[in-house]
Design a protein around this ligand. Structure first.
Ligand SMILES: NC(=O)c1ccc[n+]([C@@H]2O[C@H](COP(=O)([O-])OP(=O)(O)OC[C@H]3O[C@@H](n4cnc5c(N)ncnc54)[C@H](OP(=O)(O)O)[C@@H]3O)[C@@H](O)[C@H]2O)c1
Length: 321
């Protein structure tokens, strides 16, 4: 089968389309023919080997040689004990812990798979796993956004931002989305009430206070972020610099305690089994999936460059035949 392979960290040029062995499903695994796979920032981070947390398991060289985690496709074959699915069924999955989605076929443990939601295409379903889990848990489960609250989503123009802005609006919040100049119109189109151009304005210095800051691109100090919270507000670190992550982990529990401000890491529970509320909203037309661009498998390097260089608005998809 064809797969997009890399053996060292670097720019998109280190990726190459190669012929590799089609995997054989283990007892509890399902062989899926990949029909669509969406790109995430975690693919870009895993390609570049930065931030440092993206090298977990492969400090000098990538442990997994095929990136791509959010897949939708069709069951091709099943292992002896994988009885939940049958060949021909449409499925989707998040395979972040093992990657391998930029390929024609992938083996997935049956527990990580769910049936393709009715009414959603392979491409739409593939946009949901990682971005949707971050947004659902950031806005609803951990963010606990209430009507009228002020919410800032930093990095709102990307994949998780796409769903986080819409969920925060559905919860009745007043939403501000921050991202680069090119993405501001897109963030407004998702329903955001205000936008901030991070290349011109630092949200921690603007003198505004939020009940929730969902930080998808955390590059400011934890104490600066604390300053952007209203009393009783929450700051959730999702991704960004390792320096900010360490500050959040080490200082977060004490910073802002006096003003009842909570500064925490959002450790996302990944897995399509947690996505049901978002899937239902998509099926009901209350949340929209936005696919900015589609690429072929051979164009994965180009697709990743588009995302990594800051152009992708919403999701980017690799569609296979
Ligand atoms: N905590 C967890 O458990 C967990 C789980 C999975 C993933 N993650 C992390 O979640 C993060 C977000 O994922 P995603 O797929 O939504 O990424 P994405 O699609 O790339 O979106 C991130 C957005 O942030 C923007 N941005 C970059 N620097 C910024 C800054 N200084 N201020 C404001 N915005 C900035 C990016 O624009 P530019 O293009 O201009 O850079 C991009 O639009 C990733 O870092 C990923 O590793 C965390």
């Amino acid at each position: 089968m064809k797969a997009v392979v890399y053996t060292r960290y670097g720019p998109p040029e280190v990726l190459g389309l190669a012929d590799v062995k089609t995997p054989v499903p283990g007892d509890d695994e399902v062989l899926v023919k990949v029909c669509a796979v969406s790109l995430n920032r975690s693919d870009w981070e895993g390609l570049r080997g930065t931030p440092l947390y993206s090298r977990i398991g492969g400090l000098f060289r990538p442990r997994r040689h095929v990136l791509g985690s959010d897949i939708a496709g069709r069951v091709e074959a099943t292992g002896h004990a994988a009885t939940r699915f049958k060949p021909g069924e449409d499925v989707f999955a998040d395979v972040l812990s093992r990657m391998g989605g930029f390929a024609e076929y992938i083996c997935v443990p049956q527990g990580a798979l769910a049936p393709l939601p009715a009414g959603l295409s392979y491409e739409q379903a593939a946009t949901l796993p990682q971005a949707g889990a971050i947004a659902l848990q950031g806005i609803r489960d951990k963010g606990q956004v209430l009507p009228g609250q002020k919410v800032l989503i930093n990095g709102a123009g990307g994949g998780a931002g796409l769903y986080a802005v819409q969920l925060a609006k559905l919860a009745g919040a007043e939403v501000t989305g921050a991202d680069n100049t090119e993405k501001l119109e897109f963030i407004r189109s998702l329903g955001a009430d205000h936008v901030i151009d991070y290349t011109r304005e630092d949200f921690t210095r603007a003198g505004r206070a939020y009940d929730l800051v969902l930080d998808l691109a955390a590059y400011r100090s934890a104490s600066a972020c604390k300053g952007a919270l209203a009393p009783g507000g929450r700051y959730l670190y999702v991704g960004g610099s390792v320096g900010t992550l360490l500050q959040v982990l080490l200082l977060g529990p004490v910073l802002g305690r006096a003003e009842r401000k909570r500064i925490r890491l959002l450790a996302v529970r990944l897995g399509v089994q947690h996505l049901a509320p978002l899937v239902e909203l998509c099926q009901a037309g209350k949340v929209t999936t936005v696919i900015d661009r589609r690429y072929q498998l051979s164009q994965v390097p180009e697709a990743l460059r588009y995302l990594g260089e800051g152009h992708a608005k919403g999701k980017v998809i690799v569609a296979l035949d």
